[in-house]
Design a protein around this ligand. Structure first.
Ligand SMILES: [Zn+2]
Length: 459
């Protein structure tokens, strides 16, 4: 099975290398902004000409929005706009032009309805202050050194890695991976190199193909499984979160920028903001690392994994920071399980966001109208079941798998009305095309619901 995977490593750049990367990122920005200004000028000119009644055939010629078109225009003009162009790799300009070409396409597709989701705005100019510096290399010498502690990139040369690249190097050595591109970027105050790699993966099957597990993602614990297991948050996460809160308070006491009064941020504000950014990155990394360990284990072991689309109750329960972190966790666990399930031959089912996993009794199926957030235990009035709240939710998620199976293969068993069967039938075709083999992912409507909002797409 061929997959495209990203391998990301932290870099230790020396000051000269950092300057070189920043020069490349700056060059990307210059090309991007020049091309954007050009596109805008041509659009404005044509719009003005139309208002004067100039016939379409005589309008100023429009310029191509494709990467090839933008590159051609840039190459013709670069000696004038950027006389220093030979000092950086041409890949730097390509990075900026590629970003613009994609931005223009997304905007155009969004306007014509070809692209779904939230409307995409017209590309904006990139400012030096507010853009994440990044440059992508797609050609030339890109390799991991035999010591696995250094990488070689065009123009930038030999860069030291902060961590070993052994996982990638092993695959490169036995020819199961091919590097397609390398991107150097500064995120969270630290430099990283990210390789996009085509990987040949061995077909796998989960250790227990018939096993079903429900996963309830939380804040106190990383997750609660329907098997009863509580998966703890990674070590140091609590301390990192406390630091994050403290740094947020410190930042609010500094003099920040104010657009209305044109006030510029103080130096101390800038430093505090950088510290806060690094703390954010650390919390994200710790959590992501914990999630990676969990999702790998789940996908290797169980044949079917059921997760929730979004934790609506959790969103209401927590103050902003906790909520933000939990939301990120939901999105991340879904994303990881999606591809890991494919790799391991297991199946991911995403429960609809309206499915009342917390309010339903996992014993008898009775649903409560209300469940206070302070109630950490689920007490069922119908059958007397008493269970930890999160464990009950996880058990309900696991139970959905059975329903999904009946939906996919013929008539619905048990309490299904005609209408419900129809809903299930629709769900069966809502599997994601392209990303995963048929039957690997899908959505399940909540039990007993027949309305259409139960069918919101999971992806
Ligand atoms: Zn019950």
């Amino acid at each position: 099975m061929k997959t495209i995977q990203a391998y990301r490593f932290a870099l230790d750049l020396n000051p000269g290398q950092e300057r070189a990367v920043l020069a490349h990122a700056g060059a990307a920005r210059v090309a991007h902004n020049w091309a954007l200004a050009r596109v805008k000028a041509v659009m404005d000119q044509r719009a003005a000409e139309r208002t004067y009644g100039v016939p379409d055939a005589l309008l100023t010629e429009s310029i191509s929005w494709t990467l090839a078109g933008l590159r051609k225009a840039w190459n013709a003009i670069k000696p004038d706009v950027a006389p220093w162009w030979a000092e950086v790799s041409k890949e730097a300009f390509n990075t900026g032009l590629d970003a613009l070409a994609r931005g223009l396409k997304n905007w155009a597709d969004s306007r014509t309805g070809k692209r779904k989701g939230r409307p995409v705005g017209f590309p904006r100019f990139k400012s030096r202050r507010r853009t994440t510096p990044s440059v992508r290399f797609t050609t030339g010498t890109i390799r991991v050194e035999p010591d696995r502690k250094h990488v070689v990139l065009p123009r930038l040369g030999r860069l030291k890695l902060h961590e070993s690249a052994r996982k990638l190097a092993r695959r490169l050595d036995n020819d199961t991976a091919r590097i397609m591109s390398a991107t150097v970027r500064r995120d969270g105050g630290r430099w990283h190199v990210s390789f996009t790699v085509e990987v040949e993966r061995a077909e796998r099957t989960p250790a227990r193909p018939d096993s079903v597990v429900g996963v309830d993602v939380g804040i106190k614990h990383l997750a609660v499984l329907s098997t009863g297991e509580l998966v703890d948050n990674p070590r140091h996460l609590v301390a990192a979160q406390a630091r994050l809160r403290a740094l947020g308070r410190a930042l609010s006491r500094r003099t920040g920028p104010d657009r209305r009064t044109d006030r510029r941020a103080s130096k101390r504000w800038g430093r505090a903001a950088a510290r806060l950014g690094r703390a954010h990155a650390r919390v994200t990394n710790l959590r992501r690392d914990g999630l990676h360990k969990l999702t790998t284990r789940l996908a290797r072991e169980h044949g079917t994994i059921v997760v929730e689309d979004l934790n609506v109750t959790g969103m209401l329960a927590n103050r902003r920071l906790a909520r933000h972190i939990a939301d990120a966790g939901f999105a991340e666990i879904r994303r990881q399980l999606d591809y890991k399930a494919t790799w391991n031959g297991s199946r991911l089912i995403v429960a609809d966001r309206w499915y009342p996993s917390s309010k339903t009794c996992s014993g008898c199926g009775a649903t409560k109208a209300k469940l206070a957030l302070s109630e950490r235990e689920y007490h069922c009035e119908a059958c007397g079941l008493i269970m930890d709240r999160d464990r009950n939710a996880a058990a309900n998620l696991a139970g959905l798998a059975a329903e999904f199976d009946t939906a996919g293969s013929g008539p619905v068993a048990a309490r299904g009305a005609d209408q419900k069967t129809r809903v299930h039938g629709q769900v069966a075709v809502k599997r994601e095309p392209g990303t995963t083999p048929v039957g690997q992912t899908g959505t399940v409507p909540p039990q007993g619901r027949t309305t259409n909002h139960a069918l919101t797409r999971a992806h």
